[in-house]
Design a protein around this ligand. Structure first.
Ligand SMILES: Cc1ncc(COP(=O)(O)OP(=O)(O)O)c(N)n1
Ligand SMILES: Cc1nc(C(=O)O)sc1CCOP(=O)(O)O
Ligand SMILES: [Mg+2]
Length: 343
């Protein structure tokens, strides 16, 4: 093969690679656009996806399409089990964000051999997709939070991961790691393991009190009490895309949580509880008040289990947070399933 033809040979194959990845990027953007438009009903996000998709389309030169040779493409029959698996909507969004990012990375690299401007534009767009992914994750976190009716707040347990996994296997979708005794190194390690476990089950994972630990383990958010850092500090540290919850026990505390834009609030303790000794019950009166006044999802908490969950729901709670009802259950999976059934 002469050097000229070998150059043509490489160039033709680079055109094929660019052709395939331009299609891949456009297809992935279309999938994200459909959720933004019909799922989130977010005109701004769907317009962003549409504009990005149109721009990628404008890069698709005829010479790239002419290089297409699907018949001899060995990749058409290749597949990986993970490509067929989508555990939930979030997995669809994440997989297609990754698909677009990878395609743009390929266009950026091979574009350097063909068209420098194309490479630069692919690199710039890739960073836009990272931002879009965070926005989708944030919207997704809040929509997943709204769907989560049962909230497990953990307590120290010799087989903590096992208990939490049992509850996750029953369909639990919201976990908060709460441990006031351990030293930080152990808490960080446990938080990281719980974060990984929850991600595997498509559940949201938050850390109690400690914004630093929440940041370090990549948690979906943090739960703040009345004595913890201000909400704006937590958001500045975690970024705008994470969930920040606040405990409330009174109309004054609820008003403050509403004003500071808490993503959700705890409402309790409904009943006095040994898990939080010394805190008087706020009772059904405050629960009824919160139902009227809360401007965000609220979780009734404090002394709740299967024996009184129906009464708490009847008194106005749509969502429940529990510690002992699952952490101290002989069968955490069954206890979780029963509570979910009641919600
Ligand atoms: C969902 C939920 N609601 C309330 C609390 C209590 O938080 P806080 O007031 O910070 O008290 P401690 O949990 O820190 O003892 C919570 N953790 N989760
Ligand atoms: C962690 C916590 N916060 C509360 C509040 O009212 O803010 S009550 C509580 C403990 C709830 O434990 P159990 O489900 O075992 O009663
Ligand atoms: Mg606290």
């Amino acid at each position: 093969m002469s050097s000229e033809s070998s150059m043509d040979w490489v160039e033709t194959r680079c055109h094929r690679i660019l052709d395939a990845n331009l299609d891949r990027a456009r297809e992935g953007l279309r999938i994200l656009e459909e959720w933004c438009r019909f799922g989130l009903e977010r005109a701004d996000l769907s317009a962003t996806c549409k504009a990005l998709r149109q721009e990628v389309g404008s890069w698709h030169r005829p010479k790239f399409r002419q290089a297409r040779d699907t018949t001899h493409d060995p990749g058409t029959s290749l597949s990986h089990p993970q490509e067929r698996q989508r555990t939930d909507l979030n997995a669809v969004l994440l997989a297609n964000c990754a698909r677009v990012q990878e395609a743009l990375r390929v266009i950026e690299e091979y574009g350097k051999l063909i068209e420098g401007d194309l490479s630069d534009r692919a690199k710039a767009m890739r960073y836009q997709i990272y931002v879009l992914e965070s926005q989708l994750q944030s919207r997704d976190r809040l929509s997943r939070l709204r769907q989560a009716r049962l909230y497990l707040v953990t307590s120290p347990h010799p087989r903590l991961l096992e208990v939490v996994e049992a509850a996750l296997s029953a369909g639990l979708k919201l976990v908060q790691y709460r441990d006031k005794q351990q030293e930080d190194a152990t808490r960080l390690e446990t938080a990281c393991r719980l974060a990984e476990l929850c991600q595997r089950y498509g559940a949201l994972f938050l850390v109690n009190d400690r914004v630093d630990l929440a940041l370090a383990c990549g948690a979906d958010g943090v739960h703040l009490g009345q004595q913890d850092v201000p909400m704006d500090v937590a958001r500045r540290i975690l970024g705008p895309d994470r969930i920040v919850g606040r405990s409330t026990t009174s109309p004054e505390e609820l008003a403050r949580a509403n004003a500071e834009g808490a993503d959700y609030v705890g409402v309790g303790p409904i009943f006095a509880t040994p898990t939080k000794p010394g805190k008087a019950a706020a009772g059904f009166d405050y629960l009824g008040y919160a139902r009227q006044q809360a401007q965000q999802p609220f979780y009734a908490i404090g002394g709740i289990d299967v024996s009184n969950a129906a009464a708490v729901v009847a008194a106005g709670a749509d969502r429940l947070a529990v510690v002992r009802a699952i952490m101290e259950a002989p069968d955490p999976k069954a206890a979780t399933a029963e509570l979910l059934q009641m919600l």
